[in-house]
Design a binder for this molecule. Structure first.
Ligand code: ADP
Ligand code: MG
Length: 765
């Protein structure tokens, strides 16, 4: 079946794909298209329409907003030229209509003659596409000097005119200076003369047959020059599958390559720390913790490097699972590293691990257990003396467990025998870093990545397809209820009640977080901490898909009142009579590592039981007495982020409260997000809602055309079935032929997908 693949060989195929548009279309057109990053034949042909207009269907003019750049399909009603006595010169005014509403088109010129050309085309009754920025003049909306295409009139010949008037009209991601029909014309110029075997098809023939798809060139014609709506739907389905197949093949190859690596087996010992640790645990492990623990322990006993993703909702108890794995490795003579996304979390892990281990963490000290090791912290902003000491302990092997941030991956950190790397909060940790770790030394360490951000199955398959997955579904018993309420920011009575509630909780020995989007009055949102500069997994996926359905989109504007900042809010709360006499601490990413640790310490001890913070506390921070989480400007945060923040309370069996202060309008997507949060604490349900709502948000925010190497058509929720099928196909292909030598076009497609932009997308997850 393999040798049957038609088309040119890889070399020629690549040359044809990369042929410059300057050569094919001329310098002028090519220069325009370059504004959309379309430089080669392949770029242009892969620039798919984002939607299709029915030739008879006009745009609803009443929906146009002043200031938007739009493309409108409308019918000409009138067009008249006038000379302007006052200013001199001439003006053409046309009225176009969607049947119910009208839009003015205005053209100015020095002399009336120049406007005749427009008048001749804009004949009443004709239908056209008009593109420009919506303005307003004397109460009516208008386009000044719009670029336009009268359907059928500008066509090269009679045949084309008839086709243009009867076919679905492709709308391309366009730019103000390059209207959609100019792109369409260029595509047709390139595509029309191509024979059906001009390019090699990345989809193997037998897979085309299996799924009933058409080959590449006919499918390109289907999406760019569809005869009817069935054609473009069929074409799109093929390209959706193609994207899924390329992505899944890349992941399948990664898995196979991984299987060929060897690392050191770290067998369990019944007589050492891991066993002693289990014996001294103050609580019974949940069934999930035991089962996942067993999977991991078995993985570690093999000499193929473990690559496991552990998903467990906030508070599911992942740390203990990780620690048991680390102890197994240390018992077997190796070392383990625990990477946290922030220094706050790293410092906290150090404290937590030491507390859980007790004398087992006091290796080399008089108080230490017979079988004991040391747990060491290593972070980027540590003082040089502490850092030198930590580096020495890592290099000598005295530290069995080294806790740190990503700085731990730097070349200067040497381990005596690194056997396991645990990455906490995986959604901050990309494919490239995973590869970097695997490439370390000649024996790559085992790897366990943990995330509390619930990842819908389709996303897990798409982005983390190279990992085995374990799920901690249940939470330890005795978890408290967290009541979540959405509070309108202008409701003073509610806010006052919120501050009194904090006082009540504090008086009962509890703690409260107040989260703000910004650090101080001058700065934009918190961006100086590694926890905050990476978008959520789903954000990255959906921003990358690029193919949005709203030609007339402008980003939905968020509230205009400035967002609350940590410094202002701390001052405001300090002055509230309800909180008089209560210590208020502050926390944000710009504090030094020591200042952060001190702030967390004062909060945990109760010296400052109210902590005003940015989202640096978002992931993993564990202060059991915390029972109140107030998020200011909650409408500016995403679902998964709010879910994470909420996970900071209700951790020790005390019923807790989460207040989402919001300026979101009734019926807005932001409001829906907040209501979804108030309705459930089930992270997996929220993740699904999130993906669905983000779709909406995307459409409103539509601005971007898909970049060169982005996912253009594939959507992880909608296309779950296609992704499933492609995954089976990809594994089949790669199982027989890991290098895909029989399918050079597919191998080549994977390669060009994995060019920098593509990696960047995977990495942002
Ligand atoms: P996460 O999965 O969010 O990282 P943690 O590991 O921080 O959760 O665990 C949350 C809390 O639950 C910690 O205080 C931890 O000690 C506690 N915990 C973990 N496992 C159990 C268990 N089996 N029974 C009771 N409490 C547990
Ligand atoms: Mg955690």
């Amino acid at each position: 079946m393999s040798a049957m693949q038609g088309g040119p060989d890889a070399q020629l195929n690549r040359e044809r794909q990369r042929e410059s548009l300057t050569k094919v279309l001329g310098a002028r057109t090519a220069k325009q298209l370059a504004k959309l990053s379309l430089e080669t034949v392949e770029d242009l042909l892969r620039h798919y329409p984002r939607r299709y207009g029915d030739p008879g269907q006009l745009t609803d003019i009443s929906q146009l907003k002043v200031g938007e750049h739009v493309t409108v399909m409308a019918q000409v009603r009138t067009a008249t030229i006038r000379t302007m006595r006052s200013r001199g010169g001439a003006m053409l005014q046309a009225t176009v209509t969607d049947g119910a509403h009208t839009l003015q088109l205005t053209f100015f010129a020095k002399r009336a003659g120049v406007l005749r050309m427009h008048e001749d085309k804009l004949r009443p009754g004709r239908t056209g596409l008009f593109t420009g920025t919506v303005g307003e003049y004397r109460g009516s909306r208008q386009l000044t000097h719009p670029d336009y295409l009268i359907v059928g009139v500008d066509a090269a010949d009679e045949d084309e005119a008839v086709l243009e008037a009867s076919r679905p009209i492709p709308f391309y991601p366009a730019a103000a200076s390059v209207p959609t029909w100019r792109i369409g014309r260029s595509v047709r110029t390139v595509l029309d003369p191509l024979p059906d075997d001009y390019f090699a098809d990345p989809i193997p023939t037998f897979l085309l047959e299996r799924h009933g798809h058409f080959p590449l060139i006919p499918s390109l014609r289907d999406v760019h020059i569809p005869d009817d709506s069935a054609a473009w739907k069929r074409g799109r389905a093929r390209f959706v599958y193609e994207e899924a197949l390329i992505l899944q093949s890349a992941l399948a190859r990664r898995r196979v390559a991984h299987e060929l690596l060897t690392s050191v087996a770290r067998p369990r010992r019944a007589d050492a720390m891991a066993a002693a640790f289990d014996a001294r645990l103050p609580f019974p492990l949940t069934q999930g913790q035991r089962e996942v623990g067993e999977q991991i322990a078995t993985d570690l006993e093999r000499n193929t490097p473990m690559m496991r993703l552990l998903q467990g909702d906030v508070g599911a108890g992942k740390t203990v699972v990780a620690l048991r794995a680390m102890l197994q490795v240390v018992d077997a003579g190796g070392q383990a590293a625990l990477l946290a996304p922030t220094e706050v979390l790293a410092a906290q892990h150090l404290v937590t691990l030491r507390a859980l281990m007790g004398p087992l963490a006091e290796g080399g000290m008089l108080t230490g257990a017979a079988d004991a090791t040391r747990v060491t912290l290593l972070t980027g902003s540590q003082g040089s003396k502490a850092r030198r000491a930590a580096l020495a302990e890592a290099a000598s092997g005295a530290a069995g467990i080294v806790v740190g941030t990503h700085a731990l991956l730097s070349e200067t950190v040497q381990f005596a025998d690194l056997g396991l790397v645990v990455v906490d909060e995986q959604h901050r940790f990309g494919v490239e870093q995973r590869d970097e770790l695997r490439a370390r030394g000649n024996r790559p360490p085992h790897m366990l990545v943990m995330t509390a951000t619930p990842i819908p199955r389709t996303v897990a398959m798409t982005v983390f397809g190279d990992l085995e997955t374990s799920v901690l579904a249940e939470k330890p018993a005795g978890r408290a209820e967290i009541a979540t309420h959405v509070v309108p920011a202008d409701n003073q009575a509610w806010l006052t009640r919120a501050w009194s509630r904090i006082r009540e909780e504090v008086e009962a020995g509890r703690r409260a977080y107040v989260v703000c989007a910004r650090i101080d009055g001058d700065t934009a949102t918190e961006s100086d901490d590694s926890a905050n500069d990476a978008p959520d997994v789903d954000g990255a996926l959906l921003a990358a898909d690029g193919s949005l359905d709203l030609e007339n989109g402008t980003p939905a504007s968020t509230s205009k009142t400035p967002l609350a900042s940590v410094s202002d809010t701390a001052a405001m709360l300090g002055a509230r009579p309800e909180l008089a006499g209560i210590g208020i601490g502050v926390m944000h990413g710009r504090l030094s590592a020591e200042a952060k640790a001190e702030a967390m310490g004062r909060f945990a001890s109760g010296e400052t039981p109210v902590l005003v913070s940015t989202t640096v506390i978002e992931v993993g921070v564990d202060v059991p007495q915390a029972t109140v989480m107030v998020v200011l400007d909650a409408d500016n945060f995403g679902i998964s982020q709010l879910h994470q923040l909420r996970g900071r309370v209700g951790r020790a069996g005390h019923d807790s409260l989460c207040l989402l202060i919001s300026r979101a309008e009734e019926g807005s997507v932001a409001q829906e997000r907040l209501q979804a949060l108030a309705a459930t604490t089930d992270g997996f349900a929220l993740a699904e809602t999130d993906l669905e709502l983000r779709r909406e948000g995307d459409v409103l925010g539509a601005a971007q055309s898909g970049g060169r190497n982005s996912l253009r058509l594939l959507r992880v929720v909608r296309d779950a079935k296609v992704i499933d099928a492609a995954r089976i196909d990809a594994r089949e292909l790669v199982a027989d032929d890991p290098e895909l030598t029989a399918y050079p076009a597919l191998a080549q497609a994977i390669e060009s997908w994995l060019e920098p932009a593509r990696e960047d997308y995977l990495e942002r997850s």
